[in-house]
Design a protein around this ligand. Sequence first.
Ligand code: ADP
Length: 759
Amino acid sequence: CLHPPKSKRLSKDEVRPSNDSQRLKDRAKSLESFRKSLPIVSHLKEIRNALLEKDVIILVGETGSGKSTQVPQALVNEPWCKPQSVTISRDASPQTVRVGGCIAITEPRRVAATTLARRVAEEMGTPLGRYSPKSTVGYSVRFDQSTSPNTRIKYVTEGVLLQEMLGDPWLKAYSAILVDEVHERGVNVDLLLGFLKNIAAGKNEGRGGIPLKVVVMSATAEMEILRAFFEGYGREEGDGVHESRDVQRNGTDGLDNQDETESEWSGLSSSDEEDAVVVHGNGTANRVATCYIEGRQYPVTASYTPQPVQNIVEASLRIIFQIHRQQPMPGDVLVFFHGRQIIESLESLVKEYARDMGPELPKLLVLPLFAALSQAAQDQVFQPAPPNTRKIIIATNIAETSLTVPGVRFVIDSGKAKIKQFRTSIGMESLLAQPISQSSAIQRQGRAGREAPGQCYRLYTEADYHSMQTSNTPEILRCDLSHPILTMKAKGIDDIVNFPYVDSPPRIALEKAMLQLWLLGALTETGGISSIGLQIAKLPVTVCLGRTLIAAAESELNCVSEVIDIVSCLSVEDLFLNLTSEGKKTEAEAARREFYNREGDHLTLLTAIQAYAAENTDRKAWAKRHFISHRAMKAAIEVRKQLRAQCQQSGMLKPTHTQEPSALTPELTTSILKCFMKGFASKTARLCPDGSYKTMVGNQIVAIHPSSGLFGKKVEAILFNEFVFTSKSYAKGVSAVQLVWIDEVFQSAAPSASMKVLV
Ligand code: ADP
């Protein structure tokens, strides 16, 4: 940073970089002593030394010990982390390529990836990502990337890295992959571990033999399962790759967080021209080092309710005010709930009661924390409370291990989390609030003892605690496998049964997913990936939405632009605010009436997003007036922008397509719905004589969700975006379709005998 000669005055823009760099340096300096105090610090040398010798290290350490922030910084200047030029023979012609130079840290959630990147940029005194070409720290999450040409440390979601692997199957851009939060065992992390093992087993051939270092980081003791998995590393197929299945799972592997977990699909620059990585090669075992980082945890006392709690919102409200009246400051409260809606109802109640508090009590600052929250709102959670104020953070299990919220001394644990479950009979997933595992309960309790002794109020009985599962079931054993299988197929893995899984998924789930993909036209009759499948794999949306987009590009009445609009709305949280009070509900219905379409929710979303996009005075006020979530709309507009760019790049969307609001003619409406039919044929139901709807696959009774514009209506058949199960089975995001359209899709893809040999 150069100081200007006194005689020359610089413009404001010229001055800013030097001021900024000084400010960044000062900030980094101020964080130094905190960093030095983290438990991981005394292990960093050991980790560096281990990686000089071995290619894999498994780190187990308490949440907050410094794994995610400190390990990348400790490794980035290692000799093996420099980019190298290597010559690789491809199609008999040698090519010189650059391998390595960058570290990727994978996170299950976008919020963790972006927050950690910001924090590490601060600690290193560098601007973040796109804000400066000099920045060395960045992130890449679905629909949002902040990197520079100089990025050396990149926080990514697991899905984004999987997507990157479509174009770079040997991960040549990277010297190391740090797989964080492995204890969560989401399906993407399991796939990633398998692919990483395949790269090593392939002897890093596509990397010119340069090893890819792998650091597996977990907050709970799954060390033996992971070590066994990686020690099979590089052996002959059928010899070592599966032995981890025999290892007894020993109880404390963490949590399920699937409501918050992103299924991330970036793929903006993927290419499939590279060879697939498949397992082969000779024995190269004993490449695995392990390191245990002892935590720094103060004692936390746990209390249970004597009787099961009927209303967790009321119970939490009572405990919050009891703490606030009786417990000394400082000491923030962290409440674990299972979803945004219930979080928001407690948030408004606490605010309401806080208004009536006497002036003798400190103030309360109520902060929700869930994945879909804006960055600014999330940042508030990490800021210290203002003077004489106690923070009440109401979070999903995102705060369990993923993010460390400072200042917490009291935890209220509802004992519930939303957990994804695949229902094999109907081939659909549902997200259900379910009891957490003991391992999750222990993690939640631990959040209260990070800085001082704490207290944990469990809103369940001690007997309930003992009846909980000890650990959570990995997602791969209970989710719809269509997307994971498509990812494998797109990477040239044909034998999906013998993929190196940490835990092998049930065969029935593999079969269902194969059939579903085949029905969508994503697989050929022999189980290989079709050109449609490859196109879907590159799109940053779910398999069903991807198929819908492709159908739109193929449709005669080219309706890609409209379908992109609807897909964008379906790729973010609910646009329409869910109102609980009756009066507000009626008011909201009146305000939104102009968007309602009698064909259903898909076209209603189209009208809403187009009206919002056309609003050019005050979009925030517009959203408020229509009881629409401004945050969700902004996110949908961002998704729309990126999907349009990607579809234009791939030729699916012609540059002549405008973003002008569509005149919804009956032909256009039919055309749009028929495209959704191609993607969602397995999520359809027909009206039965008794007035109920039964799904076409699995004959399950479903009711139209009260949030749908078609609620209470009878139409011959429906197509729906989502299957939800609360007190009963509901179809959410519903449109009216014709039975003949459903028949057309099923007839054109009647399951053939040959599909049986696929799995
Ligand atoms: P781990 O990965 O072991 O859970 P981290 O490296 O994420 O630990 O965090 C180390 C410490 O850094 C935490 O205790 C937390 O206090 C602090 N920290 C991490 N991220 C942030 C942030 N965005 N803002 C403030 N402090 C943070």
